[in-house]
Design a protein around this ligand. Structure first.
Ligand code: VTB
Ligand code: MG
Ligand code: MG
Length: 321
């Protein structure tokens, strides 16, 4: 994959973030999502790639744009694209933290074709012994192994978990072990990625969120050198059938990070609302600023890109209303 592709892709996540940011706090998740989808799609179609959306906004019959299998780009190298035009639609609608626009890219065939189901996930940052935490370990073992590896007490650790009734037991167990918790309302790509930020104050991410978001998080952590494992979680027969349609035979399989995102991958995200990782969009007369992160697995380089956009000179911003 071309080096420049990563930097080109920032323009795409920026466009989606600028579009979605207009709807921050407006209480309309759908409108915010649609604005991001439209802008992301237009911008992707301006890139010199032969792109295929493999993780997208659902299947063709249920999503009008950026559906799985949709072709994007002007032509060029064959690239598979995993995307979430607005990761955190509810966060955006409420003006809450950590909403962002996300794209990961890999050479064809390198992302797991994850169905739109849930995934049980566990993630830690870089520089830790391989397997220091494991999806099949008890909460206590994971916390004590992690504490040992980080030369910390369990009571110093901070675990990020999505605030959901389905996590009640896990939350209780973490508390019983004496570790601390950050409960997030939404946005587990940002939650998983936070483990890789030295100063984020998050040591471990755990819990059940979207499977597509699991692939995106895996791509991000491939770039940072973090660890990630995931297992699909099905709520009903329909979801099982969906997974089988994507060629998934072993429903109980534990996916290691490079089974979710293998080979050279890149990850790009732009903040929509302020978050632990990225600052949200700031709008002012005639323009706006954005902050993005661009990472590649090949080199492990991670860049923060601060951009100032001049709406008077960029005609395509007209589409943003
Ligand atoms: C998950 C999580 C996402 O939405 O998909 C969540 O992975 C939906 O979970 O990051 P619920 O069905 O419990 O609401 C996000 O938080 C935002 O897209
Ligand atoms: Mg989405
Ligand atoms: Mg999402």
């Amino acid at each position: 994959m071309e080096r420049n592709l990563a930097l080109e892709t920032v323009r795409v996540t920026e466009a989606a973030a600028l579009a979605a940011s207009r709807l921050m706090g407006r209480g309309d998740e759908k409108a915010a999502d649609q604005a991001a989808v439209n802008a992301m799609r237009d911008a992707l179609n301006g890139m010199a790639i032969d792109g295929t959306v493999v993780i997208g906004e659902g299947e063709r019959d249920e999503a009008p744009m950026l559906y799985i299998g949709e072709k994007v780009g002007l032509g060029g190298p064959g690239i598979d694209i995993a995307l979430d035009p607005l990761e955190g639609t509810t966060l955006t609608a409420k003006g809450g933290p950590n909403a962002m626009t996300v794209i990961a890219m890999a050479e064809s065939g390198n992302f797991l074709n994850a169905p739109d189901t849930y995934m049980d996930k566990i993630a830690v940052g870089a520089g830790l012994p391989e397997g220091v935490v494991d999806l099949d370990e008890t909460v206590f073992n994971n916390l004590s192994n992690l504490a040992k590896a980080k030369k910390m007490d369990i009571s110093d650790l901070v675990v990020c978990i999505m605030d959901r009734p389905r996590h009640e037991e896990k939350i209780t167990q973490v508390r019983e072990c004496g570790a601390r918790i950050v409960l997030i309302g939404d946005g587990d790509v940002a939650g998983a990625l936070a483990t890789s930020r030295f100063d984020s104050g998050i040591d471990l991410y755990m819990g059940i969120g979207g499977a597509p978001e699991g692939v995106l998080a895996a791509a991000a952590l491939r770039c940072t050198g973090g660890q990630f494992q995931g297992r699909l979680v099905f709520r009903n027969d329909d979801e099982v059938a969906r997974a089988k349609r994507w060629g998934i035979e072993d429903l109980d399989r534990k996916y290691m990070i490079d089974e979710l995102a293998k080979g050279d991958v890149m990850f790009v995200a732009t903040g929509v609302t302020d978050g632990s990782l990225l600052r949200g969009v700031r709008r002012y007369q005639g323009g706006a600023t954005t902050q993005s992160i661009v990472m590649r697995s090949k080199t492990g380089t991670s860049r923060i890109v601060d951009a100032t956009h001049n709406f008077y000179r960029k005609t395509w911003y007209d589409n943003l209303g």
